[in-house]
Design a protein around this ligand. Sequence first.
Ligand code: GTP
Ligand code: MG
Length: 364
Amino acid sequence: VTVLFHLGEMATATESLDESTFEVLGAEIGYKIEVVSPEDEDKELLESFGLNLEQEELDEDDDDLEIRPPVVTVMGHVDHGKTRLLDAIRNTTVIEGEAGGITQHIGAYQIWTEHEGHDRAITFIDTPGHEAFTAMRARGADVTDIAILVVAADDGIMPQTVEALNHAQAANVPIVVAVNKVDKPEANPAKVRQQLTEYGLVAEEYGGEVMFVDVSARQGTGIQDLLDAVLLTADAGLDLRANPNKEARGIAIEAKLDKGRGSVATVLVQGGTLRVGDPIVAGTAYGRVRAMIDEHGERVEEAAPSRPVQVQGLNSVPRAGDLFLVPEDDRTARQIAEKREAVERNAALAKARKRMSLEDFTKA
Ligand code: GTP
Ligand code: MG
């Protein structure tokens, strides 16, 4: 506090300071300050087990990389038709099973479509609003390759439309706009295009680069055009490849505790191939892949890059956005999980201590 005071900074002992102030303070008293984020800390933790995922990716031989399906997140304002649209895409009726028609969880599934004479897969993630997307991004997990921004043509741009597109733009994720509910008499798809130009999303037909597709999730029109737009966007500028021939890595999309099956986690494989029997660690959860189930409820033996599957066999429930990986053996999986738990415990303790000293301080 004294040093800071002399530097012209008024602060109390329990106050939070920004990084640059810390650096100046450190220099003043003869220390070089290194700010370590939780992500960096976890990287170091994994490195102590000989795991350096970034380096591994850099070292990847071009010949080992194979085309993988794009991972698409559907975002947009409440009630603009995200779930219904995914329904139309899958030709199923998930919406009827949802309590009150509001999305309760993140679904993730893969569909197949014919595009320019080839069968192509697309992985979809149905986020409840954009929260999961934000949570995952905040933890450094960019799972999405392409965002479909759903805008109801009767409502037009709404607050969460803007939030969603801001998130996609901040993450550098290309956007395809699905102008939905065009079956409604009051629909005004031209207005949606016009409104979005203000946010830098200029439609191709207006001389821009963003694909806008008019759809009716209710009537099932425009769906094939939308899928084509997604694949065209994927093929135009995205290098979507991964090495399927190594231990799997990826992201936990959602997880829950199931009465009969224990911890079930929907994971998205980003690299490698996940197999039944693999040791696995996801955040502070660890175990062995006991069974894997796909979007149709069928058991699968393995999951390649961009494949979402439900995994059973973890000892606890990972959080959305937790990285998962397949280490050498069960023991390593457990040790990584336990070390992470210790890190979290320490952080929680430090926080509690800080709160207590603040209370003492205010009492005194
Ligand atoms: P949240 O998950 O709550 O954010 O909503 P959502 O964006 O998933 O919307 P949802 O698919 O639940 O659709 C909201 C309402 O709009 C439902 O009543 C749908 O039946 C209706 N709806 C969706 N698409 C269309 C469409 O193309 N045309 C018309 N007329 N109604 C639609
Ligand atoms: Mg929904």
